[in-house]
Write a protein that binds this ligand. Structure first.
Ligand SMILES: Nc1ncnc2c1ncn2[C@@H]1O[C@H](COP(=O)(O)OP(=O)(O)OP(=O)(O)O)[C@@H](O)[C@H]1O
Ligand SMILES: [Mg+2]
Length: 363
C-alpha cells in the first residue's frame, strides 16, 4: 500500500508526517560516520540510536554507515549543515530524510513473519526555500524519487531490519507558503480560515539556514514579491556557542545541544573546576539582534507591498525569537503560531494529497 507523507527536509531537523498516523517524527539533521560502537546499555528508543547503512543511487557516497540525529549529536566528528549547503543536492539531507522515511514505515510495527527486505512505498510532499525553488525543484524531485535501501544496525528494536524505501512521486512546494496552506485548511483540505485563504498575506518563515518571505494572495504565491534570505537562526547559535566558549570555556558539541538548553530555559553551564556561568546575557544579545534585523526586513517588505493585510512569523526560528521580535516590533502587529516549526510539514502533506488526488472528496 502506498503511503502519503509530508517530509520537511530542514537544515536543522527533518520532520515527517505520514497520512493517518497521529504523531509527527522529528530527527535532528546531524550525522557522523558510523562504526561498531560499544553498547553498554541499550538506548530506550530507536530514535536515540539511529545507526544506519544507506544504499541509494542518488547518493554521491553510496553504501556508507552513519549515526543519525541524537546519536550523532555528541560525536566530535558530527556535522551540521552550513550556509553553503543546498538541501536539494546535499548527501547529508538525503541520508537523514531516507532514515526518517524508513523509520516512519516500520516504527512500532513488529518484525514481519517473512523476514528479509521490507518495502515502504511513498508519495511524498516536500519543499524548498523561495530562492532555490525555481532552479532546484526538479533536481530535488529527481533525487528523492526512486528506490533506496536503509539498513538499521545497532538501533534498538530495529536492529537487523532493512527497509526498501520506494518514492513514487515527490511534490515540491515552497517553504513558508506550505505552512500558510496548513493554517488556512482543515484535514479535509476545506477552507477553515477565510481571512488567510482570501487575503494577501506576508510570511516570514525563519529556518536554521534560510528565512523565507513568500507573499501569498488568495492562496497563490506572488512571483514578484516573494523572496528569501540566506540566513537563519543557526548563524546566531554559532555565535553564541563561540562566545560561551571564549568567555566560560564551555563547549556545546552542536547547535542542537544549545537550542535544547534554550528551549528548556536552562541558561546555566557548568565550568571546569567548579562554579557555574549564566549564558542568558549572551543569548539575549544575539537573539535581540536577530529579532531587530528580522523586524526591519518585515517593515521594509510591508512598505514595498502595502497590499499585505497581515504578517505571519513562522518556522522554528519564530518560536525561538517570538518574545524578542514582539519587543522589537514597535507599532507593527506580527502574528505567531504555536508549534510553528511543524507547520510546513503538515502543509506539505496536504499539498501532496491535493495535487495527487489523494484528498477526500470535497463536499
Ligand atoms: N520550539 C522551539 N523553540 C526554540 N527554538 C526552536 C524551536 N523549534 C525549532 N527551533 C530552532 O529554530 C531554528 C529553525 O528551526 P526549523 O525547524 O524551522 O529549521 P529547519 O526547517 O530545519 O531549517 P531550514 O528551514 O533552514 O531548512 C533551529 O535552529 C531550531 O533549533
Ligand atoms: Mg524550515
Amino acid at each position: 500500500m502506498i503511503k502519503v507523507a509530508g517530509i520537511d527536509v530542514g537544515n536543522d531537523s527533518v520532520k515527517v508526517v505520514v497520512d493517518g498516523s497521529p504523531r509527527p517524527i522529528l530527527i535532528p539533521c546531524i550525522v557522523s560516520p558510523g562504526y561498531d560502537r560499544h553498547v553498554l546499555q541499550e538506548e530506550d528508543s530507536p530514535l536515540k540510536a539511529l545507526d544506519v547503512q544507506i544504499r541509494s543511487p542518488k547518493l554521491k557516497r553510496n553504501n556508507q554507515r552513519y549515526f543519525v540525529g541524537l546519536l550523532a549529536m555528541e560525536d566530535q566528528d558530527n556535522s551540521e549543515l552550513e550556509e553553503t549547503d543546498n538541501k536539494a543536492t546535499s548527501d547529508q539531507s538525503l541520508v537523514v530524510a531516507l532514515t526518517a522515511l524508513a523509520y516512519a514505515a516500520i516504527a512500532g510495527q513488529s518484525y514481519p513473519a517473512a523476514s528479509g527486505l521490507e518495502e515502504a512505498e511513498y508519495i511524498i510532499g516536500t519543499g524548498l526555500p523561495v530562492r532555490t525553488f525555481v532552479a532546484f525543484q526538479h533536481v530535488f524531485e529527481e533525487r528523492l524519487v526512486g528506490e533506496h535501501e536503509v539498513a538499521f544496525l545497532s538501533t534498538p528494536e530495529l536492529r537487523g531490519r532493512t527497509v526498501r524505501v520506494i518514492i513514487r512521486r515527490a511534490v515540491v512546494s515552497v517553504e513558508g507558503a506550505a505552512a500558510l496552506y496548513h493554517l488556512a485548511t482543515n484535514e479535509q483540505l476545506q477552507v477553515k480560515n477565510d481571512e488567510i485563504h482570501n487575503g494577501c498575506i506576508g510570511i516570514c518563515e525563519i529556518g536554521a539556514l534560510t528565512t523565507d518571505f513568500p507573499v501569498v494572495k488568495r492562496m497563490n504565491i506572488d512571483n514578484q514579491f516573494s523572496t528569501g534570505e540566506q540566513f537563519g537562526l543557526a548563524g546566531y547559535l554559532d555565535s553564541i556557542i563561540r562566545d560561551v566558549e571564549d568567555q566560560y570555556g564551555y563547549h556545546f558539541p552542536s547547535r542542537a545541544k544549545l537550542i535544547g538548553r534554550i528551549r528548556n530555559r536552562e541558561f546555566t553551564v557548568q565550568r571546569v573546576g567548579e562554579g557555574k556561568a549564566d549564558i542568558r546575557p549572551i543569548v539575549d544579545m544575539y537573539f535581540s539582534r536577530a529579532a531587530q534585523k528580522l523586524v526591519d526586513l518585515i517593515r521594509k517588505r510591508w512598505r514595498k507591498y502595502p497590499d499585505i493585510e497581515c504578517f505571519y512569523v513562522l518556522g522554528g526560528g519564530a518560536s525561538a525569537l517570538r518574545s524578542y521580535m514582539l519587543e522589537a516590533s514597535g507599532g507593527i502587529r506580527l502574528r505567531f503560531e504555536d508549534d510553528s516549526e511543524m507547520l510546513n510539514v503538515h502543509g506539505y502533506l496536504k499539498l501532496a494529497k491535493s495535487k495527487t488526488g489523494q484528498a477526500p472528496a470535497q463536499s
